[in-house]
Structure formats: structure tokens, C-alpha cells
Design a protein around this ligand. Structure first.
Ligand code: NSS
Length: 443
């Protein structure tokens, strides 16, 4: 037969993601997928894989008689986490998760994987040492997807309300949240600090834009080994011109609610896998309860804590306050002595500041810290002097109070703190792929 009379072979289908292939199955059941072998088993000339890609997973069956002996043997020897390319037809199968399985016509190994070291029932330490591989586990994947969705929800809400995303610096010549917790490094012979917050820079950026936010990495040189402290975390911060307590709290309520609802709508399966019922998140609506610090101290004393006005609330106190709650709660009007120099004094009660922390329920505790800023030059200078903070490195910050200062307020949300609560992780290090803790810089 001459080549011209041959039926040309139909071109292979374009690469698809697993999620897209399953969504389009009625229209185009013939697909080409690529991903990683999540599970493998073979019996009697039939090979079963669970194939995973960035979008989801699907069961694949490959028969020796459709693949041919050589290709079948190579596929059969592909161990867990080998990367593979598969072509075949999706067919309904009641037993397969997702209701379909891919009947393979070809299955090719791209990158072999020998003795993948991650499996269930390994120690926490081992998994942390192998985090670069453990990020492929189902729980990590689900957590990372929820985290992206929360971040996307945050940007969606802030953008829709006219906030401008800014890119403040990470390196600075001054520490902003208390020098002792700042990492320092050598900057061409000078001392530089790694950012603990973008706040001071967002305050400067208010003047051209009025409503600004940023998502940056913040650093805290805290040796505290608690389940809620990281040395490096994702900080979502906003700053609002002409705003007081109400506007500040209102934005936090709308922001958090939007983030939670988006995650619940877009990632219900991942949330369920992690032990969180998405309905619990959808049920949360503003306004959230508010409680003055003084009242919180009373409540804690009644529960047996020996506390005086003026002490900060730690992990144990916040746990006690929130353990039996199902919705977040604002604790407001903290004593000045335990809060940062830039927080505005309450004109009605000079012992306290116009600030609020938002505590997550179920014992998780603080997820947002916010306040009205001391916006008048004299008062800010006086406060810095009281606290012995040198003016020189903050000269630029004080300038903001010299040239058209306005009342303003803002807050910082700890993204991993929110992820930990939403995904019910015991430790905050499981809310981030590569946690930095006092004892861990690798992987
Ligand atoms: O120290 S904060 O309470 N406040 C600030 O840094 C302000 N300058 C933010 C602002 O107003 N723009 O930190 C804010 C939040 C806090 O509520 C936590 O959710 C989170 O940042 N945070 C942390 N997350 C993880 N690990 C550590 N160590 C940590 N410290 C604070």
C-alpha cells in the first residue's frame, strides 16, 4: 500500500490536567496526562496506578496486551513518585475514586524514582528533615491549596475595595517591632535588620495612595518554641488613611470572612481531608464579638489565672479565652506598656491604646494585630523618648508626621496562623512548606 492511501494516524490529544480531563470527560474521553505515580499495584497482567498531578488524581489501569510486553514491564517497575506520561480513554468505574478510571493505551516513565523515602508512620523529625519530598503528601498538598485560596481571597477582597498592593522592602536600617526580635545582618559594613513588619513603609505609602496593603515575608528572631511561632512567616498588612478603630476592625472582618468563604467554596474536599468542615467557615459572618482587655483579664482571673492589669496575654491565656468559642473575637484596648511605640493612646483612657488583636476560636489565638497609629508628631516623639527609642533611625518615619499627617490605622495578619486554624494543624510549621524555626534552616 502506498503511503498516500494510508489513513493518517489521528494526532494524539493535547496534554490535559487531571481535573480538566475529568470535567470534560463527556466531550473528550480520550486524554493524555502527565504526573506522578502516587500508588502502584499489579496483578495478572494488569497494572493499577493512582496518578497525581497539580490538579488532582485519577486511577489508571494498564493491560499488558494493550501496552505491549516491553512498555508494560517498564511501567510495572515504576515505583512510587516516578513521573510518567499516560495516554488512554476515561471510562466510568464505580469503584474508582472520582467515578472514572483511565484505561491506558500507553504509559511511559519520564523520571524514575527509587525507594521514595516518605511513607506513613514516620517520625515528625524525619518528615521535617525530608520536607522537600514530604511536600508531596496528601495533607501537605491539601494545606498548600487551602493557603493559596486564602491568599487569593485576601487579594480579591482588598483589590475590590480599592486597596493598592505595594512592595515594601525587607531589608532596613531600623527595627520596627522591638529590636530584640529582629534578625540582623551585615550590610556592607552596616547593620541591617530583616523586616518584622512592613507597617512603617505602608504608612509612608498611604500618602500617595490612601489605602494600601502588602503580602511580604516577616522575620522574628524569637527563640520561643510554641506551636504558633515561626522565625519567618507570611505577613498580610494593610494601612488605611483617615481611619479609626471602626474602619480598621470592619476591614479585618470583611477580609477574613471573604478569605474563609473562598477557601470553603473552592477547597471543600481538601478542608474535609484536613478535618475541617467547610460549613463551619461558611457560617462565620461579621460582626465578631469584641472584648476589652480589662474584661478579658477578669474572665481569665475567674478561670484561675493569676493576672494583673498590664501583663500581656500569652499562648495559654489566649487558648483559655478562645477554646470554647466557635467564632473569632477581638480583644481591644490593651495597656500601652505591652504594645508598640506607634500605637495611639486612647483619649478616653490614657492607660490603654486604640488597638485590637483578633483571636481565632477553638484555642488557636491571635491571628491579627492592629491599631490606630499615633499620627501627631509631638505625641509620637514623646512616646519614643519615654521608651528610650533613638530618633535617628526613625527620622524618616517622623517626617511622615511633619508633612500633611492624617489619622490612620492598619493591621497585620499572620497568614500561617490563619492557615493553622483553618486546616486544624497542631503546629504552625505545618502551615508552610519550609518552616524556619530556631532549630531548623534546612531543607
Ligand atoms: O507583631 S504583630 O502583632 N503586629 C505587627 O507586626 C504590626 N506592625 C502589623 C501591622 O499593624 N501592620 O504581628 C502581626 C501578626 C500577628 O497577629 C500574628 O498573626 C503574626 O503577625 N505573627 C506571627 N506569625 C507567625 N510566627 C510569628 N513569630 C509571628 N509573630 C507575629
Amino acid at each position: 500500500m502506498s503511503p498516500s492511501s494510508e489513513t493518517p494516524p489521528s494526532p494524539p490529544p493535547a496534554w490535559s490536567s487531571i481535573a480538566r480531563a475529568l470535567a470534560d470527560v463527556e466531550r473528550s474521553p480520550s486524554v493524555r496526562l502527565r504526573g506522578w505515580v502516587h500508588r502502584t499495584r499489579s496483578s495478572g497482567g494488569i497494572l493499577f496506578w493512582v496518578l497525581r498531578d497539580g490538579s488532582g488524581s485519577v486511577q489508571v489501569t494498564a493491560r499488558k496486551d494493550s501496552l505491549g510486553p516491553e512498555e508494560f514491564e517498564e511501567a510495572e517497575h515504576a515505583q512510587v513518585e516516578s513521573s510518567v506520561e499516560v495516554e488512554g480513554t476515561l471510562a466510568p468505574d464505580r469503584r474508582a475514586p472520582g467515578g472514572f478510571e483511565l484505561k491506558a493505551r500507553s504509559a511511559r516513565v519520564v523520571g524514575a524514582s527509587k525507594d521514595f523515602p516518605i511513607f506513613t508512620e514516620q517520625t515528625e523529625e524525619f518528615l521535617l528533615d525530608h520536607r522537600h519530598l514530604a511536600v508531596r503528601t496528601r495533607e501537605m498538598v491539601a494545606t498548600l491549596k487551602v493557603k493559596s485560596e486564602l491568599l487569593r481571597g485576601a487579594r480579591e477582597l482588598l483589590d475590590s475595595e480599592g486597596y493598592w498592593e505595594m512592595t515594601p522592602p525587607i531589608l532596613s536600617g531600623n527595627a520596627a517591632e522591638g529590636g530584640s526580635q529582629a534578625f540582623t545582618l551585615d550590610y556592607f559594613g552596616e547593620t541591617a535588620y530583616l523586616a518584622q513588619t512592613a507597617q512603617l513603609y505602608l504608612e509612608a505609602l498611604l500618602f500617595p495612595r490612601e489605602r494600601v496593603y502588602s503580602v511580604t515575608t516577616s522575620f522574628r528572631a524569637e527563640k520561643s518554641r510554641t506551636p504558633r511561632h515561626l522565625c519567618e512567616y507570611t505577613h498580610l498588612e494593610a494601612e488605611i488613611a483617615w481611619a479609626g478603630m471602626e474602619e480598621n476592625i470592619g476591614l479585618q472582618e470583611r477580609l477574613l470572612t471573604h478569605m474563609l468563604h473562598r477557601a470553603a467554596r473552592e477547597r471543600p474536599e481538601e478542608l474535609r481531608l484536613l478535618g475541617r468542615d467547610p460549613a463551619e467557615l461558611l457560617a462565620l459572618e461579621p460582626p465578631f464579638e469584641r472584648m476589652r482587655y480589662e474584661k478579658a483579664i477578669d474572665e481569665l482571673r475567674a478561670r484561675g489565672f493569676a493576672l494583673e492589669f498590664g501583663v500581656d496575654l500569652g499562648t495559654a491565656e489566649e487558648r483559655a479565652l478562645t477554646q470554647e468559642r466557635t467564632a473569632p473575637i477581638f480583644v481591644t484596648h490593651f495597656p500601652r506598656g505591652i504594645k508598640a511605640f506607634y500605637m495611639a493612646e486612647d483619649p478616653g483612657d490614657p492607660r490603654v491604646v486604640l488597638g485590637a488583636d483578633l483571636l481565632a476560636p477553638e484555642g488557636y489565638g491571635e491571628i491579627i494585630g492592629g491599631s490606630c497609629r499615633e499620627w501627631e508628631l509631638e505625641r509620637l516623639e514623646r512616646r519614643m523618648a519615654e521608651l528610650g527609642i533613638p530618633q535617628e533611625p526613625y527620622r524618616w518615619y517622623l517626617d511622615l508626621r511633619r508633612y500633611g499627617s492624617v489619622p490612620h490605622a492598619g493591621f497585620g495578619l499572620g497568614v500561617e496562623r490563619v492557615v493553622r486554624w483553618v486546616t486544624r494543624r497542631e503546629h504552625i510549621r505545618d502551615a508552610t512548606p519550609f518552616p524556619r524555626t530556631p532549630s531548623r534552616l534546612l531543607p
